[in-house]
Design a protein around this ligand. Structure first.
Ligand SMILES: [Fe+2]
Length: 234
């Protein structure tokens, strides 16, 4: 990955939220404590979190920091948001980010994150959700979204991890394929699949191939011979 070329690009203009709320950051010790808690929770639940486990959380944290350095968002805040963005899957399978709010706020409070900052982190997490995000989300949410979206668009994800998503969330292949195409097609067509120009330049080909694959999967499931094949191997 050409991360160095990403972080040396000029910073984007500050988002209004940053102007209004310049103290929205997280101390290094609090970030470390949030990471410790989330990692422990993920490892305790490893058997039920084959997709959204610590491997996913740490990937999104790492890439979120790269994208935050590029777009001017607070790096520690984005890292913390990444650490708690999927705790809803610890609460209930196949759930939404908002379903993890109580646990998210408890983790942040235990780590000593001030309530106003914790509430902002929760807002950033909800802003960045693929299902509902729009073109105008905050830079912090953009950095988080790009990192989470990149994980979905990696060429290895459908091959190595999609079956884990099915197991973890108790959904069928048709349900997952329909969800992916339904949520991602419009943002891809409208040009904000990735918010960062660098992410778009580096990963759009992967994203396009990934989306085309999932569209083909949806179509293939209507072919009786494919349905028969899947029944045979189920
Ligand atoms: Fe995620």
């Amino acid at each position: 990955m050409r991360e160095n070329s990403v972080v040396t690009e000029p910073l984007a203009e500050a988002h209004p939220l940053h102007v209004l709320c310049p103290t929205f950051t997280v101390t290094p010790s609090a970030v470390a404590e949030v990471a410790r808690q989330v990692r422990a929770l993920c490892e305790d639940a490893a058997g039920t979190l084959p997709f959204h486990g610590w491997h996913h959380v740490s990937f999104v944290r790492s890439k979120g920091a790269v994208f935050a350095r590029h777009n001017g968002a607070d790096v520690a805040l984005v890292e913390t948001a990444a650490l708690v963005h999927d705790v809803n899957y610890l609460v209930r399978r196949n759930s939404l980010a908002e379903d993890g709010r109580e646990l998210r706020m408890r983790i942040l409070a235990t780590a000593g994150v001030p309530i106003a900052v914790a509430e902002h982190i929760d807002e950033v997490v909800c802003e960045a959700e693929m299902r509902t995000r729009n073109r105008d989300i905050s830079p912090a949410a953009q950095a988080l979204s790009d990192a989470d979206t990149l994980f979905k668009a990696l060429p290895v994800t459908p091959v190595m991890l999609a079956h884990r998503y099915l197991d973890e969330n108790g959904v069928s292949l048709r349900e997952l394929a329909t969800k992916i195409v339904g949520e991602q097609r419009d943002v891809h067509t409208e040009g904000y699949y990735f918010y960062s120009d660098q992410a778009a330049a580096m990963y759009s080909r992967w994203a396009t191939a990934n989306l085309e694959l999932w569209q083909c999967i949806v179509e293939s499931l209507d072919d009786p011979s494919v349905a028969e094949l899947l029944t045979a191997v189920a």
